[in-house]
Write a protein that binds this ligand. Structure first.
Ligand code: NAP
Length: 433
């Protein structure tokens, strides 16, 4: 009998899981289900548009999707088009890999004002995610504050100050490029509540900020320590050392002769977004780091701005039919196993941290568990799912359909950009008629 496996969510975690299952159980069938007509999740919609090298992992995932045992069910949403119970009734194993697509709240007064946008939303907009096509962020401001000191904060700052020429090899949608070009933005403030040695930027990303055509990286040398100090983990110490050297180079280079600036501001915790209906400034409390935590000093200052991007991490939403840990925004599991035949992998299992390949072991773990504990039970698998979706008149996007969508995007690209992404689902579906 054939083992039928459904993977819900086709970002990195979903693909690593599918790949691991196929390797361990070569004669099984794996169906990849995604609510969008496009596969690859955060590779397409999260990784920055100017980081095309990082997106090359799509080639490996594409190979997996084209395996004879795999089938892609795009434009099919769990909870809308099919329920978890229905999947469990028709598949021997269901792997949930739906990620963490929502913004964490900063929890400060004023964060609902116009001009305050979470990074999941903003990154989705500049990466042509159909959910955010009409975001129309107010870029009519000279100053932007980006709250957070992770790689997403760096991505956002960089995309806001790069020129069209610097973006030529990216796949930034034209309406986004035009909006950024039109905007009067000159100064982006990247603000961390802790210090430069606690920042979560990786060094390649930080260094890029010193190599921009029109934007200078600005650092107040008084916020930099002389040396890294004691760090137990050697790898961590090396990263901090590199980041400190890079920040010191920024100080040496200064901001001369550039028309834009990205200011690195440390030791500042946001306490309020000020303004009327629209954000006009962020009020911060100066902080110091004690036992690794940001502690307020009672001293406050403001940065005037018309746009605030909070890049303070993502969160998953509950999935109907699955338990949910509302404190940590994850589905609780024992090494990815929710119960026999039901698994979670990636950010919905671990929370939103790590790089793409960090998701790989989750897939291996789920596959291991399936091999040990799940036996084929003669379930109908994809035939039952296809029937159910046809009854519900869902326009399923197959992998061949996706390849057509992709070919149309590549054909529409202005070289050297690799593709011009469709920005709405109807446009994608129209490319199939
Ligand atoms: P992240 O690395 O966890 O950084 C989140 C930042 O937000 C931290 O600086 C954190 O400060 C800060 N923060 C959290 N809550 C805050 C609050 N209430 N007020 C002020 N600051 C707050 O998250 P991320 O940048 O969203 O990235 C998610 C994951 O994707 C990371 O693992 C990242 O490395 C990865 N990623 C990688 C790349 C790449 O490799 N190029 C690109 C994008 C994303 P504390 O440290 O003080 O908590």
């Amino acid at each position: 009998m054939t083992l039928n496996v459904a993977v819900v969510g086709t970002g990195p975690a979903g693909f690593y899981a599918a790949d691991a299952v196929l390797k361990r159980i070569p004669d099984c069938r794996v169906d990849l289900i995604d609510r969008l007509p496009t596969p690859f999740g955060l590779i397409r919609f999260g990784v920055a548009p100017d980081h095309q090298t990082t997106k090359k992992i799509m080639r490996a995932f594409d190979k997996t999707a084209r395996e004879a045992q795999c089938r892609f069910f795009g434009n099919v949403e769990l909870g809308r088009d099919v329920s978890l119970d229905e999947l469990r009734a028709n598949y021997d194993a269901v792997i949930i890999a739906v990620g963490a697509g929502n913004d964490r709240a900063a929890g400060v007064p004023g964060e609902n004002k116009k001009g305050v946008i979470g990074s999941a939303t903003f990154v989705g907009w500049y990466n042509a995610h159909p959910d955010f096509r009409d975001l129309n962020p107010p870029l009519d401001t000279k100053n932007v504050v980006v709250i957070g000191n992770g790689n997403v904060a760096i991505d956002v700052a960089r995309v806001l100050v790069k020129t069209r020429a610097e973006m030529a090899e990216a796949d930034l949608p034209e309406h986004v490029q035009a909006a950024i070009e039109r905007s009067p933005i000159t100064d982006v403030y990247l603000v961390g509540r802790r210090g430069p040695m606690e920042a979560k930027f990786t060094n390649v990303e930080l260094r890029e900020m010193g190599e921009l055509t029109h934007a200078a990286a600005v650092v107040d040398p008084r916020q930099l320590p002389e040396a890294v100090g004691e760090v137990e983990d050697e790898r961590d110490r090396r990263l901090k050392q590199k980041n400190l050297s890079t920040l010191k180079e920024f100080v040496e280079h200064g901001a001369a002769a550039k028309s834009k600036r990205v200011h690195f501001v440390f030791f500042a915790a946001p306490v309020e977004i000020k303004g009327g209906d629209r954000a006009e400034a962020v009020r911060f409390e100066r902080a110091r780091v004690e036992n690794g935590r940001a502690v307020g000093t009672g001293e406050f200052f403001e940065i005037p701005c018309g746009l605030v991007i909070t890049a303070i991490g993502y969160r998953s939403l509950p999935v109907a039919g699955l338990p949910f840990d509302a404190r940590n925004h994850i589905v609780p599991s024992r090494e990815g196993c929710v119960s026999d035949g039901l698994y979670v992998v990636g950010w919905i299992k671990r929370g939103p941290s790590g790089v793409i390949s960090t998701n790989r072991p989750d897939g291996a773990e789920a596959a291991e568990h399936i091999v040990a504990n799940v036996k084929p039970a003669g379930k109908a698998g994809r035939d039952a799912l296809a029937r159910l979706l046809a009854e519900r008149k869902v326009r399923v996007v197959s992998y061949a359909d996706w390849q057509k969508i992709e070919a149309a995007e590549i054909a529409a690209a202005v070289k050297p950009s690799p593709r011009r992404k469709f920005t709405t689902i109807p446009e994608m579906l129209a490319a199939l008629t």
